[in-house]
Ligand binder design. Structure first.
Ligand code: FEO
Length: 401
């Protein structure tokens, strides 16, 4: 079982025994251009404890890292903080190989793990605040339901002031460095924001409550160890503050113009709207869905105040790429946005109405009249597009405090 992979010490009693997935590029619809890590941790307590496992294809890497430190059969306890398969994928094998005395998960975790796996072991449910005795130290559980599955929980190791935060405070970033302070700050903020926008955005209000809940516990954090990306041992307050900012989604003078185009008509309209926005002092991001991924749009929407969507009418409907990105964004439930629709058509022109419906379903406040062009936008339509951009800019002026 020993191999080339080694455990990495991250605090006095805890080692990282996870895996690096350099090549993953799709994470349930989110493009992960820099890969990811699946972080598992070993607590070297009297009762040696494994916190989470890794995605199934990385079993050998995890066990190699464990075996660089201890005989896997010496592990007494496994804690599953999150049942999603990128963290529980090796749980059944871990139970088989390690034969732990006890396996723990949250109440919902027990249910979910039972639904996913046939585990030859009872899983002990943990309630919020329950503590597990590891012999010479204790680990306590903090329920974080819906962050980002119903089963999710944190674990806190008081001896090392270490929070195992599963998906929270993580990012999809494969790196040889294990700590955030070894990685470029701008990259951390970019990948952290992309991860938040694509994974945690629908649960923003819960993130805010969770930050308050953890503060109310009055515990100190020296290390935050998420299930993806680097471990935080410095500037922890910075990532917490960023989470607070991203969760609040305060309206900003930034507009994302998302569009696709058949014969460049809708594109001409998008550019004119962008010019109108710019002339009103709005930061603009024009995103053709031929050239951008839906998860890049989610990233840009995270700190925007407006979402403007353009599509030609195709077969009495919207363009498939626009249906894709709108379905994705609707699920992510961005808040505090204003919006508008535009598009070109040949003879029927339904698309702008469908887009307006979608924006309304997303609780996005519509601004102005939707602009449409038959075949090719003439000067009058282009002027309407510029005016629509300006009108959205004026609305943002009213909303941004
Ligand atoms: Fe990284 Fe929700 O799993």
């Amino acid at each position: 079982m020993k191999g080339v992979y080694k455990a990495v010490k991250i605090s006095e009693h805890v080692h990282w025994v996870g895996a690096i997935d350099w090549n993953i590029r799709d994470f349930h619809g989110y493009t992960t251009r820099r890969g990811t890590t699946y972080n598992a941790y070993l607590i070297m307590a009297d009762k040696i404890t494994l916190v989470d496992t890794v995605k199934a294809p990385f079993e050998a890497e995890m066990f190699s890292r464990i075996a660089s430190l201890v005989n896997p059969e010496d592990i007494s306890i496994i804690i599953s903080n999150h049942s999603e398969m990128d963290h529980s994928g090796c749980l059944a094998r871990a139970v088989e190989i390690i034969k732990p005395e006890l396996v723990y998960a949250s109440t919902m975790g027990v249910k979910t793990l039972r639904e996913i796996y046939e585990l030859d072991r009872e899983i002990v449910p943990l309630m919020d605040g329950d503590a597990i005795n590891l012999g010479n130290m204790n680990i306590s559980s903090i329920e974080t339901r819906m962050l980002h599955w119903p089963d999710s929980m944190f674990s806190y190791l008081a001896e090392d002031k270490l929070l195992f935060s599963q998906d929270a405070f993580g990012m999809h970033l494969a790196s040889s460095e294990r700590f955030s302070d070894e990685i470029d700050d701008a990259l951390l903020v970019y990948e952290g924001a992309t991860y938040f926008a694509n994974i945690l955005l629908p649960y923003s209000s819960l993130v805010l409550k969770l930050i308050e809940k953890v503060r109310d516990l009055g515990v100190e954090f020296a290390v935050v160890a998420p299930d993806h990306g680097p471990v935080w041992r410095k500037n922890i307050e910075k990532i917490v503050d960023l989470y607070r900012t991203w969760s609040l989604q305060k309206p900003a003078k930034k507009a994302v113009v998302v569009y696709d185009t058949m014969w460049h008509s809708t594109e001409l309209m998008a550019r004119a709207i962008g010019e109108g926005l710019r002339s009103a002092g709005v930061r603009v991001k024009l995103m053709s869905m031929k050239d951008n991924h839906r998860s890049d749009v989610a990233y840009e929407v995270l700190d925007a105040g407006a979402l403007i969507v353009g599509t030609p009418t195709l077969n009495n409907n919207i363009f498939p790429t626009i249906a894709d990105v709108m379905t994705y964004l609707k699920g992510l439930r961005p808040r505090n946005l204003v919006g508008a629709a535009f598009g070109s058509f040949g003879w029927s022109g339904e698309s702008i109405h469908y887009v307006q419906e979608l924006l309304s379903e997303m609780k996005i406040d519509l601004v102005g009249e939707a602009v449409s062009a038959r075949h090719v936008p003439g000067p009058d339509v282009i002027e309407k597009c510029v005016a629509l951009g300006r009108e959205v800019g004026e609305k943002l002026d009213e909303r941004v405090v």
